[in-house]
Design a protein around this ligand. Structure first.
Ligand code: SF4
Length: 402
């Protein structure tokens, strides 16, 4: 049964939590995580949030004090709060939803490894995270102790990778691999580094966002040790809102960059949180200031209880279209849809290219900057003219007149 505290009690509880946590110590942050019904001590909950906490059909509820400190205790529309606190919509399993929309389990030859693309695999190194994001697409695995990866499971996964010479690139995800103990992460990186055909390792982690103090000097030294001629290590993180771009987060990113790890951002498009052109533009400007390049903007998956987060597909296209011309290309993410049923990712973009007019050998484009129609010529003698969508006479004349 959830209690409902007054605002002064909520503020006092927050102050006590923040005081007793050794703020820059990741272990203390994890030990003082706020879980499940405890959230009611730190927020003035709405009825929808109370139902969400009590009846969520998704992963556990948990946040670090650091991430909680970014949230608003009184405003249910606070974007950070929306990513921490479930709402009633998360308790509804719709017919079109699936706990494994990408068919990752079907494409899993050994426990904890998915082989969807020919030359790369996804390794689930563990099941825990610093914060359990309400929109997480791996809710079927994440936060469930039954999904714990034992050393023997990981050894079997490494054997699979060793025996599949086509695998060049391993995405280490989970859960969050940076929630593993340093020694376990070092062992994983050592094993991957020793496999000659594995050239790329990508660490998928939200710790720079939710627990930046986890990016310690010791951790960075381990990563640096295995980031060498054999193996190139990248980090993919997930900032979803400008409020997450704090000084602490920037310091964490800079520590990773110093050991040669390139950091890219994979935002998720979330209704009521960041499905707004200016918010997304501001987020990516702040990320560039933190030296983080844009990578993906995900269309949220059809996971159980996701109706509260999903936007029409067009919102992602509109947002990325809006960003073009207002920020350098390295700050514009690819809007991607990970196709249900294991079809892999595809990019979806605004239609800047309008078509080809064979009579004059001209292509027509819409400019992101001038908003006008611009033309360019196909080379004389091109053997690719049949490749392009052909403009009708009416469209050609209309574009000429603009
Ligand atoms: S950190 Fe990543 S894996 Fe963990 S809950 Fe959030 S989105 Fe899911």
């Amino acid at each position: 049964m959830l209690v409902q505290n007054s605002l002064s009690e909520v503020l006092r509880a927050r102050e006590e939590l923040f005081t007793r946590t050794i703020w820059t110590d990741p272990t203390s942050q994890l030990q003082n995580r706020v879980k499940g019904s405890e959230l009611s001590r730190y927020f003035l909950l709405t009825e929808s949030e109370r139902i969400g906490i009590e009846q969520t059909i998704r992963l556990l509820v948990s946040t670090t004090p650091y991430y909680l400190s970014l949230s608003d205790p009184t405003d249910p529309n606070c974007p950070i709060r929306r990513m921490i606190v479930p709402t009633a919509e998360e308790a509804v399993f719709s017919l079109e939803e699936s706990s494994d929309p990408l068919d990752e389990e079907r494409l899993s030859p050994v426990r904890g490894l998915t082989h969807m693309y020919p030359n790369r695999v996804l390794l689930f190194s563990n099941h825990s995270c610093s914060v359990y994001c309400r929109h997480c697409m791996r809710g079927r695995k994440v936060s469930s102790s039954g999904e714990r990866m034992e050393k023997a499971d990981l050894e079997t996964a490494f054997d699979y990778i060793r025996n599949h010479h086509e695998v060049e690139d391993v995405v280490v995800s989970g859960g969050d691999p940076l929630n593993l103990a340093d020694a376990r992460l070092e062992w994983i990186l050592h094993e991957l580094n020793q496999i000659p055909h594995v050239r790329i390792c990508r660490l998928g982690t939200r710790n720079p966002v939710t627990l930046p103090f986890r990016i310690t000097d010791e951790l960075c030294k381990i990563i640096e040790r295995y980031n060498d001629d054999n193996l190139s290590i990248f980090c993919h993180t997930q900032f979803n809102h400008p409020k997450e771009c704090t000084k602490e987060a920037k310091d964490a990113i800079l520590r990773l960059l110093k050991v040669g790890v390139s950091v890219g951002n994979q935002a998720v498009l979330l209704k009521g949180i960041n499905d707004d052109e200016e918010i997304m533009l501001t987020l990516h400007k702040k990320l560039l200031e933190m030296r983080v390049r844009a990578y993906y903007l995900y269309d949220p998956e059809l996971i159980p209880g996701s109706r509260g987060f999903r936007t029409p597909l067009a919102r992602g296209i509109e947002i990325v279209e809006y960003m073009r011309g207002k920020i350098g290309g390295m700050g514009i993410p690819h809007f991607v849809n990970d196709l249900p049923g294991g079809g892999g990712k595809i990019t979806i973009g605004a239609n800047w290219y309008l078509g080809y007019y064979p009579k004059t050998r001209q292509h027509a484009f819409r400019s992101a900057v001038t908003k006008k129609i611009h033309f360019s010529f196909e080379p004389v003698g091109s053997d690719k003219e049949s490749y392009y969508p052909v403009l009708s006479e009416a469209d050609w004349e209309k574009f000429q007149a603009e």
